[in-house]
Design a protein around this ligand. Structure first.
Ligand code: SAH
Length: 250
């Protein structure tokens, strides 16, 4: 009997934001392989939900951490032995989650794969801070970008100069430690220093914190507050779209 891999999204962190489909799959899967990014609250509930084997790919494996190659090989191994595997990723598996790469790897080896979407933190983190990504007359377009790379690095895949010139909302994932150079690059290329900005740390989790500011000071405010990954930053007029939500720092 052939096995199958479900590439599933766990949502941004709050266990109740996981879909019923994912939850049902977790209950019956032979093997669940999850990342650390799914957050502690979900990790803590997994042993109660899952009846099969639980593998934390965010943990160390023997003398080293799981590499992407280890994970790919393990997925193939488990599915090839006829098991039903849930590969559980933070947010949505196809938004900066390497879901695409894992799916190609499995498909090339003839393994059946089904993607089960999750709520991405790119949308849920701003939402948890009362920030709509689009709003009539405020923002009609959204750009999701990784802040993982140093914007001053040569050969960077992200063209911050171009992004500075695009209207609308900018959502930066994996950018907490690079927020300084990113803001600088955006301002140097023409984005207004007074562009509203907000960073949401550990959105939808109990420890969620929100820091608000403007493009010119968001990096220093985030640093001063001691914000740590995972955090998502939103830039654009939408940050102040719902003033009734309050602008206090948490
Ligand atoms: N596939 C994931 C994103 C993976 S990249 C998704 O769709 O959400 C990892 C980045 O996601 C983090 O660096 C951070 O920017 C963001 N992120 C994940 N969980 C988050 C959370 N609870 N709060 C804020 N940002 C989060």
């Amino acid at each position: 009997m052939a096995g199958k891999v479900y590439l599933a999204g766990a949502g941004p962190g709050d266990p109740e934001l996981m879909s019923i489909k994912v939850r049902n799959l977790l209950e019956i899967a032979d093997t669940v392989m999850h990342d650390a990014l799914i957050g502690e609250e979900i990790t803590d509930t997994l042993p109660n939900i899952c009846s099969g084997e639980l593998i934390n790919c965010g943990k160390r494996k023997g003398d080293h951490s799981y590499t992407q190659e280890d994970i790919n090989d393990l997925l193939v191994e488990e599915a090839s032995s006829g098991k039903m595997v849930v590969r559980l990723k933070g947010g949505d598996p196809f938004v900066f989650g390497r879901g695409g790469e894992e799916m190609s790897f499995l498909k090339r080896r003839g393994i059946e794969v089904e993607v089960v979407s999750g709520i991405t933190s790119a949308i849920a983190a701003p939402a948890a801070a009362g920030i709509p990504l689009t709003q009539r007359k405020v923002a009609s377009q959204v750009t999701l970008v990784t802040g993982h790379e140093d914007p001053t690095k040569e050969g960077s895949d992200v063209n911050w100069g171009d992004l500075a010139k695009i209207n609308g909302t900018l959502v930066i994932l994996m950018g907490i430690t690079k927020l300084g150079p990113i803001s600088e690059e955006l301002m140097e290329n023409g984005r207004s220093p007074s562009t509203p900005a907000a960073t949401i740390e550990k959105a939808t989790l109990r420890e969620q914190r929100i820091v608000k500011g403007e493009l010119k000071d968001i990096a220093s405010r985030v640093e001063k507050a001691g914000i740590r990954p995972p955090g998502t930053t939103v830039m654009g007029e939408v940050v102040n779209a719902i003033p009734e939500f309050g602008s206090e720092e948490h």
